[in-house]
Design a protein around this ligand. Structure first.
Ligand code: HGY
Ligand code: MN
Ligand code: MN
Length: 432
């Protein structure tokens, strides 16, 4: 029995025009930029590898006649024109930067799936009312320049441009200087102002968790994103000789850090295993085997889907550090405070309908990871589509996905984006 073709059978043509093989090959090509010996990727924001990935995206875009543009924080846009240029474009995309020991799919999938949407609409010859722009947001990961989602936050106006440009990485390199080298490497890309009206935003991403794979569900309709709070803690003691300094005279910054992290682990313990608490970066100085550490800087990544819990416990982080600092001085700096968000019902309905039209199993889920879609949700109807990744692993060289799964997500994205691009009126954000 032939599957019932959807009412608009050009949808099936568009979905079919998404090319699984091209999508997969482009992932392998992008994985060359920042390739690690262990099969992972180190393509940190505004690095030479990031520049190469940007140049590759621009090449694919210009070979199809799309206009490219970049803004004052390096967000990169690929535009397919619509019939009505006065209507705000539909944006889709994600990020090209990766973790230092990242994988081949986190972020880049959303950019390449967006390019498949443009390609498929061209192949079928579908004109849309609104323009569609594929975007690669700058510095989503936040591992080189803190905080994450920096480019999309600056675009949405929630992170001041001057503050971002003045941010330094751990080598002391200014974001502004690193960006200048990126822009210099792409001189022919049109410059545009920071921020512009957006009709709607839809981002495709690997789930980075085990739910879809374990439930054999190919499409995640993302209902929202849990909240995240980031802190950097500086524990200041005194360097001293490891052999001659009595313990009673020490201001050992590392020993103080162990007490602090133990206390934070108690504060942020959760028998239901919903709360997420990570100390991912620890810098011990002077980092010598026979010198008592005089300084430790460490990071706190705390996440929870419930606003009240995030607030109540997050607000106790600083005092907990102070209470367990011993003879050391403490400086706590909150670098990210992102409340949990719910995505627009308009968007989740369209994504659900697109998955149904393609006969793909789908389920709602909340994202444990943050994404640039959080920034866009402040300014327009926004949503996300997840696809499974192997064993739910991400932020790891063993991150993996399968070609058919990636293509299925891109097909749902194509139908959903096309539908949004045909609508001359779209609700403003916040109408859930
Ligand atoms: O950390 C995050 O949630 C994102 O993957 N950068
Ligand atoms: Mn990501
Ligand atoms: Mn990531």
């Amino acid at each position: 029995m032939e599957p019932q073709l959807a009412a608009t059978d050009y949808h099936m043509q568009v979905a079919t025009a998404v090319d699984e093989r091209r999508l997969w090959q482009r992932h392998l090509k992008m994985a060359v930029f920042g390739a690690r010996d262990d099969g992972g990727v180190n393509r940190q924001a505004l690095s030479p590898a990031d520049v190469s990935a940007r140049i590759q995206l621009i090449e694919w875009a210009t070979s199809r006649g799309y206009a490219c543009a970049t803004d004052p924080v390096g967000n990169l846009f690929v535009r397919r024109e619509g019939r009505n240029p006065s209507l705000p474009a539909i944006l889709t995309g994600s990020h090209l930067d990766s973790q230092p020991a990242g994988g081949k799919f986190d972020g880049v999938y959303g950019v390449l799936a967006g390019m498949e949407v443009l390609h498929a609409l061209d192949t079928v010859g579908v004109a849309t009312e609104r323009a569609i722009e594929v975007v690669a947001w700058t510095n989503e990961e936040g591992s080189r320049f803190v905080p994450g989602m920096a480019g999309s936050s600056a675009f949405a106006g929630t992170l001041p441009l001057e503050k971002l440009l003045a941010t330094r990485d751990r080598e002391g390199i200014l974001f502004e200087d690193a960006l200048a080298s990126v822009l210099a490497a792409t001189p022919n890309v049109k410059r545009r102002a920071l921020g512009f009206p957006v009709g709607a935003y839809l981002e495709a991403h690997i789930e980075q968790g085990p739910v879809l794979e374990s439930t054999r569900c190919g499409i995640g309709v993302v209902a929202g994103i849990q909240g995240t709070r980031w802190f950097t803690v500086h524990v200041k003691g005194a360097s001293a000789h490891a052999g001659t300094t009595p313990l009673a005279m020490r201001r050992d910054a590392f020993k103080a850090t162990t007490s602090i992290v133990t206390a934070l682990s108690s504060l942020l313990a959760d028998g239901d295993d919903v709360l997420r608490f990570t100390v991912g970066r620890v810098v011990v100085e002077p980092n010598s085997p026979n010198t008592v550490p005089g300084s430790v800087q460490f990071t706190i990544d705390f996440r929870h889907p419930d606003f009240e819990i995030l607030k109540k416990l997050g607000d106790r982080v600083e005092s907990t550090c102070m209470e367990h600092a011993g003879k050391c001085d403490i400086l706590v700096n909150e670098t990210l405070n992102m409340s949990p968000i719910q995505f627009d019902k308009t968007i989740t309905d369209i994504v659900s309908a697109a998955a149904d039209e393609l006969g793909l199993a789908r389920m709602f889920l909340t994202s444990g990871a943050f994404h640039d879609a959080k920034s866009l949700s402040e300014m327009c109807p926004t949503g996300m589509i997840f696809v499974p990744c192997a064993n739910g692993i991400s932020h790891s060289p063993s991150e993996n996905a399968d070609p058919a799964g990636l293509a299925a997500g891109a097909r749902v994205l194509a139908l959903a984006v096309e539908q949004l691009a045909q609508r001359t009126t779209l609700s403003s954000p916040g109408r859930r």
